[in-house]
Write a protein that binds this ligand. Sequence first.
Ligand SMILES: NC(=O)c1ccc[n+]([C@@H]2O[C@H](COP(=O)([O-])OP(=O)(O)OC[C@H]3O[C@@H](n4cnc5c(N)ncnc54)[C@H](OP(=O)(O)O)[C@@H]3O)[C@@H](O)[C@H]2O)c1
Length: 258
Amino acid sequence: MAQTLGLDPKGKAALVTGGNRGIGEAFVRALRDAGASKVYVGSRDPAAAAHLVAEDPARTVAIKLDVTKQDQIDAAAKACGDVRILVNNAGMFHNVTLMNAPDMSAARDEMEINYFGVVAMTRAFAPAMIAAGEGSVVNVLSAGGIAASPVMGGYSPSKFAARAASMCLRAELALKGVHVCALIVGSVDTRMATHVQGKKERPEDIAAVGLKAIRRAIDEVDTDVMAVEVRASLARDPKGLERQMAKLLGLSTISTGR
Ligand SMILES: NC(=O)c1ccc[n+]([C@@H]2O[C@H](COP(=O)([O-])OP(=O)(O)OC[C@H]3O[C@@H](n4cnc5c(N)ncnc54)[C@H](OP(=O)(O)O)[C@@H]3O)[C@@H](O)[C@H]2O)c1
């Protein structure tokens, strides 16, 4: 019978995309702390993951993995057939809006990494999980993927798309014993958020929520206060939230039409 419950990382192999720094790095450590047998650190430059390998060489393997390159994804899936936990963490935020960007390249890049990367990785790694009768896929998404933020013009739509994909993949894979979780992340103290003022969560706290989601097979979880607040505002006053988001652009007026 297909496994529909959560997965204990103890004794399982895991792979984290963009695992060399930020939230990905925290996931690598959290998975090892939880007893994972091996953690593959997906990194565009494996040398950037050397510090993580040095911490625990017996259980940490750096692999070259750009999630926009199908040949690298295929090679990783072939070399890492034992992966039962996949953390789709790699992400890109270009910090331009849809209208002020000089061309479409930033928006396309964000979609390639944040959306197509998630789908391509899941397509490549799920078959081995299905064959083993167990697996967990964790997609690191964003509060900007449940409430559109104009200051994140290309990023926000890419995270919306990845959230929709998470729902579609969850339905497809649940029947085959593989759980898909969407982590809705607010603001975290990583390189991606260096421009952000105000409170930022610690990457390790986000990874801890992710580990809980894996163990309990939680479909979607808000990882921090900002994510919870955005979801609450969305439910309470979506138009107000839209206006609030627009103000971040410095706009004085915005349509109040429904
Ligand atoms: N920080 C926040 O406030 C925040 C909020 C909500 C959601 N998130 C999400 O959390 C995830 C992790 O971000 P972070 O905050 O840890 O940011 P980060 O420190 O900038 O890390 C991003 C990671 O993604 C990797 N990456 C970028 N493009 C890639 C590609 N094409 N293939 C493989 N890896 C790639 C980077 O690799 P390189 O080192 O090679 O550049 C890096 O390891 C992202 O999905 C992000 O959208 C972050």
